[in-house]
Ligand binder design. Structure first.
Ligand SMILES: Nc1ncnc2c1ncn2[C@@H]1O[C@H](COP(=O)(O)OP(=O)(O)OP(=O)(O)O)[C@@H](O)[C@H]1O
Ligand SMILES: [Zn+2]
Length: 785
């Protein structure tokens, strides 16, 4: 038989989270929104929504992911198991290939994209045969209208009614079995009732199991179908009915829990309002769907409303609660020129903004997209578990076969006994709990991080974070606020006004924070003086800038730049030392012959930096400062936050080599930087962490982890989360395997019944899912009280 990885798919996917686990999950406490079923999420704009009737379990999802992995051009997949839908974000020309791949994997898919012509039509050849309604009233009503907000139990109800009926019938069958020992009529009635229960609960399982067996696959459906049919045949019909009903209930509950964990983040999308108040050409304000609002449009946000689109404040002043994007619990001050993010909540003031990004391209949309992608990558532990499960199912199947065939001769069991115990083994063979435990855990951890404003681009990074031995930190913008100010200026030679004008003209051309600080401070000083003409402007990476200013060759840059031109003297060196010891960065303006002026720039340390550094140290992680600035300044800043290891001055490519050296010397090394000029080092590090990612697209693309706000304490928190996640993963594996082992023992000893085995499996699944969902609480992760 084929033992390819389809077998991993045994089982119900998403295991279980039962209503109670669901209710306890903090996920649903999204601000000011009625709770909704996961299935209500609209597909991402432009995505194709497919209904795949045979996909309601994590294993089947894994199958389909695998099938689509080879299709180039797919940007993201969004699975909704309870609704049995898959939203594919991909260019239109990719869709036929994608549909083909899904078909080839044995799944029928129907295009149900809302509002698309032809939606509802079978998308693959053999769709028709299967698209009848398997979960009456349940699957169907979800994929479609998402708009209305119904209670969170809604999606569960119809399926539960049917399965509740199945369970009731199974119980009746059990009773009739006990009562009807002697009576043929009661026996026949009991059999009929049991058959009814199996039909109600097991149509799907039997159909899918049969299909799997035809393809020589051993998935959970095949196992259950064989077990239930076998039990019925050997006269254990009440048992067969009970097993089928319990199994189906467990599966439904599991699918819902998995969706719940998965949607913890995606529901954030619903936080951006659908409409914006836009100023029209004639000056009127009119509500318009956000998708139709053009860039640069002026949008008004009333007090207390959610910001509809990313933009820049043009009028008004107030505070905005940015928790949904950055995870910051405190409202942030906004004034004209500041960035606003879609989905965040305006305070008590009216704000006007200029739209800077399309709705589908907002920071929030990017976060959601990145999390979706992260969920489709598998952490190493997940791969390990999947591999194990793939071998485990056929192994137990073989064991069951052995028991049925050999035990009667070897162990002197009756045939009926042997077959029954073999069937129990089959039920135990379901590695559901095991398979489900890892994705639920990883997805919950990813979700917890994202809700705290930390975007982790894959479970693998989260798994690796706990192994970090060193964290390289950038100075500007990471340890410091990244908004340096000019604190001292002194003209050393020549005409004072002219020197300042030259410096302002030169600095104004650079976007380096040091230059910007100088330009900003000088801009308003000599009022009315127009900037001097600047020609042949050139940035000297990591050192400064040079140009012809009004025809004169000038440089503005660090000490090294001036020193190597032989323009330093003892007095200047002494003055530089004084500034550097205070942690200031000095830029010098010089012509070919002498230093003309000195500008000392200071950046404020972030309040959290020292705390974060101490926490890293306490975890056994060595913090290292890598700076482009001079040694003395870097050391002064490092000393203030408690970092002892400093490497400075480094050029960008030297930072990269420094990372490699740290990896050699200490082990896995992360690099935290602003993500803009540190890109190569971020890429080389085991985990590249971009700080303050909310504003910068480049950082969001380049890094493995994006901290949306600037809080360095998210780093130790990330490591803590990683440790916690790993602990939960191991707990879950132990739990799942332990429970199996116990029942395997009972089964072989002959004291386990089939329904006990199913119950144990369901219990194990519920436990591991509940355990995994615990991570959603983000405990120890945020600094929120
Ligand atoms: N455009 C510029 N204008 C003024 N000074 C500059 C400029 N570019 C570089 N420098 C000087 O060179 C130093 C190193 O610059 P670089 O950009 O490599 O480091 P940084 O990013 O400022 O510091 P860190 O790496 O610590 O964050 C700066 O501290 C500054 O003194
Ligand atoms: Zn010098």
């Amino acid at each position: 038989m084929s033992t390819d990885d389809k077998q991993t798919s045994s089982c119900s996917d998403a295991a279980c989270g039962c209503g109670s686990a669901g209710a306890a999950a903090p996920v649903v406490t999204l601000q000011r929104r009625p709770r909704g079923t996961p299935a209500e999420l609209p597909p991402p704009p432009g995505a194709t929504l497919l209904r795949i009737p045979d996909m309601d379990c994590a294993v089947e999802e894994a199958d389909i992911r695998r099938a689509l992995a080879g299709v180039a051009g797919i940007r993201a997949l969004r699975f909704q198991l309870t609704a049995r839908t898959l939203a594919i974000s991909a260019p239109a020309e990719v869709m036929p290939t994608a549909l083909q791949a899904i078909g080839a994997a044995g799944y029928a898919a129907t295009d149900v994209t809302p509002g698309r012509a032809g939606a509802g039509q079978a998308a693959t050849g053999h769709a028709q045969a299967h698209s009848h309604d398997h979960a009456p009233g349940h699957a169907q009503e979800h994929g479609h209208d998402h708009g209305h907000g119904h209670g969170h139990d809604h999606g569960l109800q119809p399926g539960l009614v049917r399965l509740g009926a199945a369970l009731a019938l199974a119980t009746v069958a059990e009773g009739l079995h006990l009562l009807g020992e002697g009576s043929t009529a009661l026996r026949l009635l009991g059999m009929a009732v049991a058959l009814g229960a199996i039909a109600l609960a097991g149509v799907d399982t039997f159909r899918k199991g049969f299909k799997a067996l035809l393809r020589l696959k051993l998935n959970i459906n095949a196992l259950m179908a064989v077990a239930v049919a076998g039990a019925f045949v050997i006269g254990q019909w009440p048992e067969a009915a009970m097993v089928m009903a319990l199994y189906a209930i467990a599966e439904l509950i599991e699918a819902r829990s998995v969706d719940r964990a998965r949607n913890a983040i995606q529901k954030l999308m619903a936080l951006a309002p659908a409409e914006a108040l836009v100023q029209q050409a004639d000056g009127r304000w009119q509500a318009q769907p956000v998708e139709q609002v053009p860039l640069q449009a002026r949008v008004r946000v009333r007090p207390g409303e959610r910001i509809p689109l990313d933009g820049v404040v043009t009028a008004g002043q107030g505070t905005v609660d940015q928790a949904s994007v950055t995870g910051e619990s405190l409202p942030v001050d906004k004034r004209p020129g500041d960035a606003l993010f879609a989905g965040t909540v305006n305070g008590t003031q009216e704000l006007e903004l200029r739209v800077m990004a399309a709705a589908s391209d907002s920071t929030l949309a990017r976060i959601i997209h990145a999390v979706e992608q992260a969920q489709s990558t598998r952490a190493p532990m997940q791969r390990l578990v999947d591999r194990f499960a793939a071998a485990y199912t056929p192994a137990v199947f073989a064991l069951a076969l052995g028991v049925a065939l050999l035990a009667p001769t070897l162990l002197d069991w009756s045939w009926a006994q042997a077959v029954y115990r073999a069937l129990v083994l089959l039920v135990i063979a379901c590695p559901c709990a095991l398979v489900i435990s890892t994705p639920v855990t990883v997805v919950s951890a990813l979700a917890a991080a994202a809700r705290a404003g930390v975007l982790v681009k894959g479970g693998a990074y989260l798994e690796q974070a706990r192994r970090l031995r060193a964290v390289a930190l950038d100075k500007t913008g990471t340890l410091t606020a990244g908004r340096p100010r000019l604190v001292e200026q002194r003209v050393l030679a020549g005409d004072e006004a002219l020197a300042l004008r030259c410096a302002a003209s030169l600095a104004g051309r650079s976007d380096h924070p040091v230059s910007q600080a100088i330009a900003a401070a000088l801009a308003d000083a000599p009022a009315g003086t127009p900037p001097l003409p600047v020609e042949r402007f050139e940035a000297l990476t990591g050192r400064g800038v040079q140009a012809l200013v009004d025809g004169r060759a000038l440089v503005l840059g660090n000490h090294g730049l001036v020193h190597e031109r032989g323009l330093c003297d003892a007095a200047l060196e002494a003055e530089l030392q004084r500034h550097e010891a205070a942690g200031r960065t000095v830029a010098l303006l010089a012509d070919e012959r002498q230093v003309l002026a000195l500008f000392a720039v200071a950046d404020t340390l972030r309040a959290e930096s020292a705390e974060a550094v101490a926490a890293l140290r306490a975890m056994g992680v060595v913090p290292v400062l890598l700076s482009g600035d001079n040694t003395a300044t870097a050391r002064a800043v490092a000393a203030e936050v408690g970092i002892t290891e400093v490497q400075a001055p480094l050029l960008p490519e030297e930072k990269l080599r420094a990372i490699e050296a740290l990896q050699q010397r200490l082990g896995p090394t992360a690099m935290a930087g602003d993500g803009i000029n540190d890109a190569p080092a971020l890429a080389r590090a085991d985990i590249g962490i971009a700080m303050g990612g909310a504003g910068t697209d480049i950082a969001m693309e380049a890094a493995d982890v994006v901290v949306m706000n600037d809080d360095l304490r998210r780093l130790p928190a990330l490591i803590r989360l990683s440790r916690r996640m790993t602990a939960v993963l191991w707990q879950n594996v132990a739990l799942a395997l332990g429970i199996k082992a116990v029942f395997l023992g009972f089964a072989v000893a002959g004291s386990a019944t089939m329904w006990m085995a199913v119950f144990a499996d369901m219990g194990a699944s519920l436990l591991v899912v509940a355990n995994g969902l615990r991570l959603l609480d983000g405990k120890g992760f945020t600094s929120r009280p």
